[in-house]
Design a protein around this ligand. Structure first.
Ligand code: NDP
Ligand code: ZN
Length: 180
């Protein structure tokens, strides 16, 4: 398959899996976030690696839908499945432990996963600015920005464009929401 065909296939697979799900603003279709992450990588980060872009399209399928790693491995191969594994929190752990582990795991993540992690945090920061989760007070938004910055600190140095994209998104969040 061409790069375009693989990414289209992964986005279509993700659209089916996330069908009916909304983001925490309780209005946006979940797939909008997935598309935003692929776009940030391809357009802003100029990433053209097929496995990274396909994994970005699939990055929340195991965590947030009934999809299994085996299913992804069979359809998209072991490299994509491995990136998705790196993007998937263990939901049996308490939320704060999961947050701490994301910070810890970022430093040793693969180059592909580091780029997807940065793009994911950029998309979420932009959403908190423009389409915020309902009922999040200012303090919780600020808490998220500070934590995202810690995760991204461990991902820096593999794609300068994405590092700068994150810094610009964080600066905009500071300007429009509040400082941390
Ligand atoms: P988060 O606080 O981590 O929620 C943010 C996540 O939701 C994002 O990473 C994103 O993940 C997803 N998301 C969905 N819609 C949006 C949107 N519109 N904008 C931005 N992100 C969106 O997750 P939890 O609700 O599970 O809470 C976990 C943590 O929050 C715990 O550490 C807990 O202690 C803390 N907490 C803090 C509170 C406070 O008031 N300070 C209150 C309650 C909990 P993805 O990319 O995977 O979709
Ligand atoms: Zn995500």
């Amino acid at each position: 398959m061409t790069l375009f065909a693989t990414v289209a296939d992964a986005l279509d697979f993700a659209a089916g899996k996330h069908a009916g799900q909304l983001r925490k603003d309780e209005q946006s279709p979940y797939i909008n976030h997935v598309i935003a992450v692929v776009r940030i990588l391809a357009v802003e980060g100029r990433v053209s690696e097929e496995t990274v872009l396909a994994a970005a399209a699939l990055h929340d399928t195991v965590e947030d839908t009934a999809t299994t790693f085996e299913e992804i491995d069979r359809r998209f191969g072991p490299v994509v499945a491995s990136f998705v594994r790196e993007m998937t929190d263990d939901k049996s752990l308490p939320k704060q432990v999961r947050k701490d582990l994301q910070v810890e795991h970022a430093r040793t993540a693969s180059i592909g996963a580091k780029q997807i992690k940065i793009a994911d945090k950029v998309a979420n920061i932009r959403d908190i600015v423009t389409l915020p989760p309902v009922n999040w007070p200012l303090a919780r938004k600020i808490e998220y920005f500070a934590w995202a910055e810690q995760v991204v600190a461990g991902c820096r140095g593999v794609n300068e464009r994405l590092d700068k994209t994150f810094d610009a998104a964080a600066m905009e969040a500071r300007r429009r929401v509040g400082n941390w």
